[in-house]
Design a protein around this ligand. Structure first.
Ligand code: GDP
Length: 325
């Protein structure tokens, strides 16, 4: 059974599926799956033109040029091996290859693995405007729902707005936020946060940092200092470094991810605004080019619109046409 048939049988039973992916990815799906369907209707049997058009569809969906070429080569090989020429079957092979491209890079545990003792620390990096503050609030909410005691640290002391915004989220979520003064050393705020987290018996400490990539060396030093300070207070901290990437920025998002990965070790990506883009392929592109897994996906503006990333649901949301107007 091909992946598409498998996904249909897995997810089409409405009571079983959490429809967040289906609704959040409607723009991407309408773009991607309708193009695939239109293409397959125009050809009786596939030829080089068909594969060229298929490659173009992938590139237009932000899968990235090199990965798109690679996937199409694999589809071509597979179709020759299996002697398949029907467009619809070719499209099924395409989705199989998209799946394998991501999954073959290794198993991933998306959820944060909590330490048995003491606070688990997550450092959050990313440029301004990508949805960093909102994602921190969503992540906090996600773990509050799981019964965890969460605390935030506003270590983006460069922007007064960032401190204020995080404090507002803290009030809404009824969780403590450690704030410094504007332009206070972010490492010293992080130090206060770590101390307080230990004192209050917090399970999860989320540290917001500044995202001014234009000053790469400064940012590198700043993050290194924050990490040193956290690590001194809490063994192994930070346990995760999450990079926030805005899906609507397309291939620029991939470039950003590369730049941040050079500045600091990123253990996972949170991709935001997936609901706002019609080009949902960026997730495959990031995984291919950096090897970094997408751990969570933002599918809307509400607190509960952050989902653990699930490759099956993502491909179902992207590739399988739904009965929708
Ligand atoms: P920051 O400057 O990176 O901290 O960005 P904010 O967290 O303030 O978010 C910027 C805007 O993006 C806000 O209007 C958010 O509501 C919006 N936003 C964040 N995540 C998502 C998402 O997953 N979907 C949608 N539609 N909007 C989002």
């Amino acid at each position: 059974m091909g992946l598409i048939s498998f996904l249909k049988s897995k997810f089409s039973k409405k009571d079983k599926i959490d429809n967040k992916y289906v609704s959040g990815m409607s723009k991407s799906r309408k773009n991607f799956s309708s193009k695939l369907t239109n293409l397959s209707k125009r050809y009786k049997s596939v030829n080089q033109d068909y594969f060229d058009e298929l490659e173009e569809i992938l590139i237009e969906s932000d899968v990235g040029v090199s990965l798109s070429i690679k996937i199409i080569e694999e589809v071509l090989d597979e179709s020759k091996k299996q002697k398949i020429t029907e467009p619809e079957k070719i499209n099924e092979i395409l989705v199989d290859k998209m799946f394998l491209g991501y999954a073959s890079k290794g198993d991933i545990v998306n959820e944060i693995q909590f330490k048995s003792e003491g606070p688990t620390v997550v450092l959050v990096v990313g440029v301004n405007g990508v949805g960093k503050t909102t994602s921190i609030a969503k992540l906090a909410y996600h773990y509050i729902q799981k019964g965890k005691k969460v605390m935030l640290v506003a270590a983006d002391t460069f922007r007064a707005g960032a401190i204020e915004q995080l404090s507002i989220w803290g009030e809404r979520l009824h969780i403590p936020v450690i704030v410094g003064k504007k332009e206070q050393d972010p490492a010293s705020v992080s130090y206060d946060g770590a101390k307080e987290a230990i004192k209050q018996g917090v399970d999860l400490l989320i540290v917001d940092t500044a995202g001014r990539l234009q000053t790469k060396v400064n940012l590198m030093n700043e993050l290194a200092k924050i990490k040193r300070v956290l690590n001194k207070e809490i063994a192994g901290a930070p346990h995760e470094t999450f990079l926030i990437i805005d899906a609507t920025t397309g291939q620029n998002g991939v470039i950003q991810a590369k730049q941040f990965n050079e500045v600091t070790d990123v253990s996972g990506v949170i991709i935001t605004k997936m609901d706002g883009t019609s080009k949902g392929g960026i997730i495959l592109s990031i995984r291919e080019e950096l090897g970094i897994p997408v751990r969570f996906i933002g599918l809307g503006e509400k607190l509960d619109d952050l989902e653990e990333f699930d490759l099956d649901q993502y491909l179902y949301g992207l590739c399988v046409e739904q009965d929708e107007k």
